[in-house]
Write a protein that binds this ligand. Structure first.
Ligand code: AHR
Length: 491
């Protein structure tokens, strides 16, 4: 993609995620961005670049945790290579321990002498759960990453007292018996826990509840949570009626409401492959990714009705691509290609357009599961194209979205029509303008006229094939990025 820059006393950073342009001789699609000076919404919360870690497959064991005795270099069991890569990209918040796993999790299984912790069946994702990683280990990872903790609480199979006591165990100071127990288990100071989820997908794996029943339970559980952001399990099935019921009955007992949204080229019965796909699957996947905007808008409209001052945040606390798991692979393990980088970029652009509600988003998931940032293979590790997309978008954290009107041609592949270009623009706290440009068309380069005059520099993430991906043998098939510079223009 080529940028045309002109105008304004602004310096400008360009972040471009592009489909591979087929031939240099293809005439570029011409798009135009009319950029306003005024804010298009509140600042982009860094937590929109948050993460989700669930106990399944090699998402925790092997991918992040190898144990203190492992020959793989680690700090108190957490792999140094993965932690270092995650620290570099910045992990503002981590949601743990599920997902579906959370509503079958008893926090007491994961404290105390590791040798005495019970082994449980992992009901949702297969195999057994050793409980070797529990509260103390997770909070150590939170601290190693400089992150915030988002605990996914069990509303499906444990009483409210279990959730409130977990929080007391972690955060109480002074003479509380639970605080004493924590100290005996090796942690003197209370931890800070910012967010607590009250159940997960309560309409499904969290208990198959009706909205009315869930809202009564939510209100009950939330009553016993103090000084945390109380996050209500929300929608993941396009169910406006559920959103309506929960907002009407539980709005005053929540601080955030969740939306889950997964992107796939096919449907739940045949999702499609992570690699080796054609241009039609590419287009269907990007269309599916862009569908998150309609869902956010629909949920926001219902939230606006019940919460006109917008006190309650909308947390997209599970989002990302979900492909068919290859036979024999660990649970929900999938490759990650250039297409996933575009899914991430398009999703970020949507979150930036909805900062009035979207105050957190957690990609599913951090390592080795679904749209992962990092894939490990024994002692080796590769950074995925999604990791590089997160990295490209770092300047947007805390920046304020700018009003912008995009005029773009559209293109068609099979039955799918898409815009050639998608854009996000924001001003950073130090006055820089940052632009993120996404070229969706795998067959044509694009040129964007912005009207900006000041010199700009940028980075490009692209590759030679639509399903290009990184492996241990070829870790830089898709990686950040050529650095581009554009001189100041006078006219
Ligand atoms: O991320 C995988 C699963 O997807 C989660 O456990 C669940 O919440 C969702 O259905």
């Amino acid at each position: 993609m080529k940028q045309l820059l002109s105008l304004a006393a602004l310096s400008c950073t360009l972040l471009t995620t592009a489909a591979p342009a087929q031939t240099a001789s293809t005439a570029p699609a011409q798009a135009r961005l009319d950029l306003g000076q005024d804010a298009a919404g509140p600042a982009i919360e860094p937590a929109v670049y948050g993460h989700f870690v669930e106990h399944m497959g090699t998402g925790v064991y092997g991918g992040l945790w190898v144990g203190p005795e492992s020959p793989i270099p680690n700090t108190r069991g957490w792999r140094n290579d993965v932690v270092q890569a995650l620290r570099q990209v910045g992990i503002p918040v981590m949601r743990w321990p599920g997902g579906c796993f959370a509503d079958d999790y008893d926090w007491r299984d994961g404290i105390g002498d590791p040798a005495k912790r019970p082994v449980r069946v992992n009901r949702w994702w297969g195999g057994t759960e050793s409980n070797r990683v529990g509260t103390h280990e997770f909070m150590d990872l939170v601290e190693q990453l400089g992150s915030e903790a988002y605990l996914a609480g069990n509303m499906g199979s444990m009483p409210p007292r279990a959730l409130s006591q977990w929080l007391e165990y972690m955060t109480a100071d002074g003479a509380s018996t639970l605080a004493e127990e924590r100290r005996r288990n090796g942690r003197e100071q209370p931890w800070k826990v910012k967010y607590v989820g009250v159940g997960n997908e309560s309409w499904g794996c969290g208990g198959n509840m009706r909205g009315e029943y869930q809202s009564d339970l939510h209100n009950r559980y939330a009553t016993f949570l103090n000084q945390v952001v109380r996050v209500a399990s929300g929608d993941g099935e396009g169910n406006d009626q559920l959103v309506e019921v929960l907002m009407a009955r539980s709005g005053k007992h929540m601080d955030a409401f969740t939306l889950h949204y997964y992107t796939m080229p096919g449907d739940w019965s045949a999702k499609g492959a992570a690699t080796g796909f054609d241009a039609t699957a590419w287009a269907r996947t990007l269309k599916s990714a862009m569908g998150i905007e309609g869902r956010i808008a629909a949920v926001s409209r219902i939230m606006d009705k019940h919460d006109p001052t917008r006190r309650i945040g909308l947390y997209v606390d599970e989002w990302g691509s979900w492909y068919d798991t290859p036979p024999g692979a660990p649970a929900l393990h999938q490759q990650n290609s250039l297409r996933d980088a575009l899914i991430a970029a398009l999703s970020f652009n949507v979150f930036h357009r909805h900062t009035d509600r979207v105050r957190m988003a957690n990609i599913a998931q951090m390592v080795n599961v679904l749209q992962a940032m990092v894939l490990t293979d024994g002692p080796s590790m590769v950074l995925t194209p999604t990791y590089h997309a997160f990295d490209l978008y770092r300047p947007f954290r805390g920046a304020t979205p700018l009003r912008a009107t995009l005029t773009t041609p559209r293109f068609r592949i099979a039955d799918v029509e898409l815009p050639a270009v998608d854009v996000s623009a924001a001003r950073t706290p130090d006055g820089q303008v940052v632009l993120a440009l996404v070229n969706l068309d795998p067959k044509q380069p694009a040129q964007l006229a912005t009207g900006l005059k000041r010199a700009a520099h940028g980075r490009l993430l692209t590759a030679t094939a639509i399903d290009a991906h990184n492996t241990v043998a070829q870790p830089r098939a898709v990686c950040r990025s050529r650095s581009m510079r554009s001189p100041a223009r006078t006219a």
